[in-house]
Design a protein around this ligand. Structure first.
Ligand code: ZN
Length: 344
């Protein structure tokens, strides 16, 4: 898969938004976790908003109140699942065109200084993505297999494929690693459909499309290269790392990705990967009692998701994990920021 290096268009809107840009506190002569970046930023992120059709609006409501510099939605965003891949293609395309893009356009009319990084997850139909690609760099920036520049010394690295699930192989499912394909537990589906062509095409999972570990090696190479070699970065990855508090299912299984865990461990100790954001396993915080943990020295989060109340994470990049807070938004639109350490 070709790695696309997307430049975050920080200069594009500078003129028109100069007055409304937040004043970023410059930390000098003080130990910082954020590599050599001098511009800590506030981030509001969520994922798995497909669990309720109102969650996108609730997330944007929280964004209007909390005023982060960056919004991140890490996959599984389209609520119109129709029970089969074939039947879901058109509703997913319509949702992107008639709901997602107009809502983001409306939001950024009044909040042009807040950038939106978003992408589809394993439950979203890939045939709906070309419409989002057409808007890339406008009201949204896509995440999957991209390195997005946030500031001179801070990037976001995105990855949305997941190791195989027990249900039905879909667009964004891949073998995990060459030495651990993620199929060996015998609890996963091997056959299903992909929709990249716009129609549901039968597909059997094998190594021909590469592994998650292959893709993450490619992203690591980009972060070692001349452009990004000194940058701090945030990893936004739909699948959580394997055998953590973040990948525990209702039935007590750890179903996260070993490749994702290896990627985080590979960057642990470098002081460059400052934060790792995950979703996919909605129930993990209640099963494990935790919404975050360190993998090596990297703070990794999965705040989970529920249909009744939107759950999101709010933090400042110069104080991770201390600044991290759970944000909830009720169906009535009430935004609450929980106290430190309150996750369930
Ligand atoms: Zn998912």
């Amino acid at each position: 898969m070709a790695l696309i290096l997307a430049l975050f268009q920080t200069t594009k809107n500078t003129k028109s938004t100069k007055k409304s840009l937040p004043v970023l506190r410059v930390l000098r002569g003080k130990r910082k976790y954020l590599g050599d970046s001098e511009t800590p930023i506030k981030i509001l992120c969520t994922s798995d908003t497909h669990v309720h059709p109102g969650h996108l609006d609730r997330f944007l409501k929280a964004a209007r109140e909390l005023r982060p510099q960056l919004l991140i939605v890490g996959g599984d965003i389209i609520p119109d699942w129709k029970g089969s891949i074939e039947a879901s293609i058109e509703p997913h395309q319509l949702w992107v065109r008639n709901v997602l893009l107009p809502r983001l356009r409306e939001f950024r009319t009044t909040h042009k200084e807040i950038r939106v990084l978003i992408d589809l997850g394993n439950d979203d139909i890939a045939a709906a993505r070309p419409q989002m690609e057409a808007d890339g760099g406008g009201d949204l920036d896509l995440l999957h297999m991209r390195v997005i520049e946030v500031s001179e010394n801070l990037a976001v690295v995105g990855y949305m494929a997941v190791n195989p699930t027990p249900f039905l192989i879909k667009d964004r499912e891949k073998p995990d690693c060459r030495d651990h394909d993620g199929l060996s537990e015998g609890r996963v589906a091997r056959a299903g459909y992909v929709t990249y062509s716009g129609a549901a095409t039968p597909y059997t999972l094998d190594f021909s499309a590469g592994t998650i570990e292959d893709d993450l090696t490619e992203l690591s190479s980009a972060m070692e290269g001349p452009r990004w070699g000194k940058s701090s970065f945030i990893f936004v990855c739909h699948a959580p790392p394997k055998n953590t508090a973040l990948d525990l299912t209702q039935s007590g299984l750890h179903v996260g990705s070993l490749a994702v865990r290896r990627f985080i461990e590979r960057w642990s100790g470098t002081r460059r990967l400052i934060l790792s954001l995950h979703g996919h396993i909605h129930e993990a915080p209640w099963k494990s009692g935790q919404a975050w943990q360190h993998v090596g020295d990297v703070p990794c989060f999965n705040v989970g998701q529920t249909p009744n109340m939107l759950r999101a994470l709010f933090l400042k990049t110069d104080a991770v994990p201390d600044s991290a807070r759970l944000v909830t938004v009720t169906r009535e639109g009430k935004v609450t920021v929980a106290g430190q350490g309150v996750w369930v």
